[in-house]
Design a protein around this ligand. Structure first.
Ligand SMILES: C[S@@+](CC[C@H](N)C(=O)[O-])C[C@H]1O[C@@H](n2cnc3c(N)ncnc32)[C@H](O)[C@@H]1O
Length: 206
């Protein structure tokens, strides 16, 4: 799979990744990571964890990926076609304020995205998805309808999720992603969090 370090794009195979991760009981994969601020913060705050940010766009990751954090990695990939090297690794997956094809994939239960989410997870893997009204409006739906659709799609693909929780300005301000901070001071901060976990096969409750 392709990883980025500053200006350099490199290939990393499953063996090298496995060596980097060895000993880490918690592996967080952040899909649509943007500028990588969230990954850097999580890696700094949880040195015993390994944090992997994935984004289709490499430009925004050049600055943060220069930092030499031993427990953080930035992968350039489309979330609809996640690299096999990530399969089965995540103890937690986050998708914070998706837009574009990542959001469309959640709204339409796009096969590649749903299959990838399942593939990187295992039973018990925590899932957190944060959605905002502006991105959903651009995708042609409302916060309420879009959230319900995304939740239903994830439920039918093996994730148990609690009822959506509204995020207020304080929640947004204190959540360490760039987009969260922007929403907190923007015109339409309405946002929700969906959280739950990957279920064991044949179990449909949280
Ligand atoms: C609104 S930004 C949020 C960034 C970050 N999660 C945050 O909270 O600051 C949405 C991100 O999703 C990424 N994205 C959109 N579609 C994607 C896809 N199919 N695969 C990977 N990343 C995608 C974009 O490149 C962008 O960085």
């Amino acid at each position: 799979m392709e990883i980025i370090r500053g200006k350099m794009s490199l290939e990393m195979d499953a063996g090298t990744l496995s060596t980097s991760i060895s000993g880490c009981r918690h592996v967080l994969i952040d899909l649509g990571t943007g500028d990588g601020r969230f990954v850097r913060r999580q890696a700094e705050q949880h040195p015993a964890a390994f944090v992997i940010g994935v984004d289709a766009c490499r430009e925004n990751l050049r600055v943060v990926s220069r930092a030499k954090l031993p427990n953080a990695l930035f992968v350039i990939a489309n979330a609809q076609s996640l690299p096999a090297e990530l399969y089965g690794l995540a103890t937690q997956v986050t998708i914070n304020f998706p837009w574009g094809s990542l959001l469309e994939g959640l709204l339409q239960a796009e096969h590649g995205l749903m299959a990838g989410l399942s593939a990187v997870s295992r039973p018990g893997t925590l899932l957190e998805v944060r959605l905002n009204a502006g991105a959903l409006a651009e995708a042609g739906t409302s916060l309420e309808k879009g959230t319900a659709l995304v939740r239903d799609n994830l439920l039918s693909h093996g994730f148990g999720l609690r009822a959506p929780a509204m995020l207020d300005i304080n929640n947004l301000r204190n959540y360490p992603t760039t987009w969260s901070r922007r929403l907190a001071v923007g015109r339409d901060p309405r946002s929700v969090a969906l959280s739950g976990a990957r279920l064991a096969l044949n179990n449909t409750s949280v």
